[in-house]
Design a binder for this molecule. Structure first.
Ligand code: PRX
Length: 645
């Protein structure tokens, strides 16, 4: 794909847009030249108990980030109370079940408000108070959003754990955040299979004695164990409390949530977002990036367990008074036309999904798409990983009939919301490019030494200015926050991504440059997978690298050295895959496990990952300098082993 492939803003996107090109340029310029003025103009997007007088107050060296610090508000009020007078009877959430035969559900803003207030009262009754951390481990049902908003209402900090994570992973997250409360459901369903959520929570809690209360939503309806004095059924408790609960006034810098994400080293970190800045960012980006129009139905296919679900299923759309669709299922159940069937059924206007889903559906040809009426669609979005031009063009032609704008939105758990994306009514598209920075966002390229690279070039992507939606710290470990994001290049936020800026100033994200693997848009740390592998008693050492994968974007290739005297067998490979599933999640299961008696190391004992990556990719023509290896013959043995796979 050449940079000349430029697709003009479609006429459908220009009509009624909130922002055309001149508008984008003017607002972007204002956000750079007069940030205080820009943010003063924007803070009215939220309902404040006390309107802030200070806008950004931040420094990257030393690291101290605050926005709207003297403001007071409650996040749930933005999403509920302020809509009651004008749109109380409008649908807030449409829920579509895993099975197309199960009835869908809807909740109006008034109903959702009542549910949130009741759950907030139940949580209070269980002993939850302002500042407490609450783990949420839920299927994709409206009660997941209710739980998040109920925590926000009482000033508790939610930590949503993706429903696909294992008991080990849940317990690690509960312990790290010192949570005393969990909200879960009996079971979920995905692709026709039950997901035993309560069973997983019970297992996790064996190692979390500090948890005193578990609120359980009945969804699946099959019996589950309930611990006396600890577990409470939501459907019973909700009958005992009023449907009104005064929102807790929160300082703008009070935490709203923690969300765990993987990095290049160590355990997943608890990314902490605060109330005022995050809410404004979620609201503002939803308004401009999705160019949301009154009355539209917005469908983000992510799970609420990821940041995309936080910002663009719950906080962004609800704070804007939109109708948000929550889907419990998967794209290919009961067949590969499910997405398009749901779009037809609910007359979806905005559709936001991940490249991995598009690549998988693209393989199935046009027919499953074309047989459904997609005339309600106005906008298509992509998130989570780089979208290859082929998938982009398929989205454009087959799904959008060459009429609908596509927004390729680049952002991270750490950024709270979108940072680089086209604005649909303003910016011409280029397939595979995230295009231009959002208001207030200042991306730059640096080389390995941290020197700025000007003009069209490739390099490491850094951000030189703070924006309100930026994470504030790693929960319980501020030093790790500073080290991870601000020490590689002093005075800048390092994204961990590589990027290219073309001659038109368009941004092309090329993927992670650190030891993070992006599997189907799920972010996994190589160190995390390695530690799950070495937990096997017969393993001496493991090294994990990414390999290109047609559907998943990246796959996981694990080199594992068994202990001396242990035989490398297929059974061992199976056990190792099981080990990863148990410690982390099925999403982290390696695609390949390469058992090897040794790994290539330097004389000082450092594993040469560069070489391992090349061998995994079957690209061994140019391995570079291997003379520094302690034992160069290891490389040949690995190449032979790779050939035999
Ligand atoms: O590498 C980038 C990739 O996903 C990473 C962030 O992952 P996570 O925190 O899980 O958040 C995913 C959803 C926002 C980034 O560092 N990424 C995300 N969106 C894009 C992307 N890469 C290229 N293009 C995107 N649109």
């Amino acid at each position: 794909m050449t940079d000349e492939t430029r697709i003009a803003v479609p006429a459908t996107a220009k009509a009624g847009t909130h922002c055309d090109l001149a508008g984008y340029e003017a607002l972007y310029a204002q956000s750079m030249e007069n940030p205080d003025g820009f943010w003063r103009d924007q803070i009215g997007r939220l309902d404040w108990v006390k309107t802030p007088t200070v806008m950004g107050n931040w420094s990257y060296d030393p690291v101290d980030i605050k926005w709207f610090e003297d403001g007071v508000l409650n996040a749930s009020t933005q999403c509920l109370d302020r809509h009651l007078a004008t749109r109380g009877d409008q649908t807030a959430i449409i829920w579509e079940a895993d099975s197309p035969d199960a009835p869908s559900r809807t909740l109006t803003y008034r109903e959702l408000h009542g549910e949130v207030c009741r759950m907030a009262n139940v949580l209070k009754g269980m002993g939850v108070t302002k500042g407490d951390r609450v783990t949420i481990y839920m299927p994709m049902i409206p009660e997941a959003a209710t739980a998040m908003l109920a925590c926000a209402r009482v000033g508790a900090v939610h930590s949503v754990v993706f429903g696909g994570f294992s008991p080990d992973a849940i317990s690690g997250r509960i312990q790290d955040a010192d949570c005393r409360f969990v909200i879960t459901a009996d079971a979920g369903a995905r692709g026709g299979r039950p997901v035993p959520l309560k069973v997983n929570v019970d297992k996790a809690l064996e190692s979390c004695p500090g948890v005193t209360g578990v609120l359980v939503v009945r969804h699946d309806g099959k019996p589950v164990a309930m611990a006396d004095g600890r577990d409470v059924w939501w459907h019973e408790a909700r009958e005992t409390v009023p449907a009104h609960c005064a929102p807790e006034p929160m300082g703008a810098e009070d935490p709203l949530f923690i969300l765990y994400t993987s990095g290049s080293t160590g355990k997943p970190k608890g990314v902490l977002h605060t109330t005022g800045g995050y809410m404004l960012w979620a609201n503002l980006t939803f308004h401009y990036v999705f160019d949301y129009r009154e009355g539209e139905i917005h469908w983000c296919t992510a799970d609420v367990g990821w940041v995309t679900g936080h910002s663009y299923i719950v906080y962004g759309p609800l704070s804007q008074g939109a109708t948000t669709l929550m889907f419990e299922g998967i794209p290919n159940y009961p067949d590969v036309s499910r997405f398009w069937q749901v779009i037809e059924k609910h007359k979806v206007n905005i559709f936001y999904t991940a490249p991995t889903a598009l690549r998988a559906l693209m393989r199935e040809g046009e027919a499953p798409v074309k047989k459904h009426d997609r005339s309600s669609l106005r906008l298509l979005g992509s998130v989570g990983e780089p979208i290859n031009p082929e998938a982009w063009l398929w989205y454009w032609r087959t799904v959008g009939d060459e009429k609908l704008p596509i927004i390729d939105t680049w952002w991270q758990t750490e950024t709270g919301g979108v940072l680089i994306s086209s604005l649909p009514g303003a910016i011409d598209m280029k397939p595979g490019s995230a295009t231009k920075p959002f208001f207030g966002v200042c991306p730059e390229l640096v080389d390995a030494e941290g020197q700025f690279i000007e003009g069209p070039a490739s390099g490491n992507l850094v951000l030189t200015r703070s924006w309100p939606g930026q994470m504030r710290t790693v929960y319980g470990d501020h030093e790790r926050f500073v080290q991870t994001y601000f020490s590689t290049y002093k005075g800048m936020y390092f994204t961990g991504d590589g990027a290219r800026r073309d001659e038109d100033g368009y941004w092309w994200i090329t993927g992670r440059v650190d030891d993070v693997i992006n599997v189907s848009g799920h972010r996994l740390g190589t160190a995390e997978i390695e530690s799950a592998l070495v937990a096997h008693p017969d393993v001496a050492e493991a090294a994990v690298v990414a390999v290109p994968h047609d559907i998943k974007g990246q796959g996981i290739y694990a080199y594992v050295t068994p202990n001396m005297g242990v035989e490398a067998t297929e059974d061992m490979v199976k056990e190792l895959k099981f080990c990863v599933r148990e410690h982390i999640s099925p999403i982290a299961t390696p695609d390949f496990i390469h058992l090897t008696p040794a790994l290539p190391k330097t004389r000082s004992g450092k594993i040469m990952r560069r070489i391992l990556r090349k061998i995994a990719e079957n690209d061994t023509s140019n391995l570079g300098d291997i003379s520094t290896l302690a034992d160069p013959s290891v490389v040949q043995a690995l190449i032979e082993g790779r050939k035999n796979r």
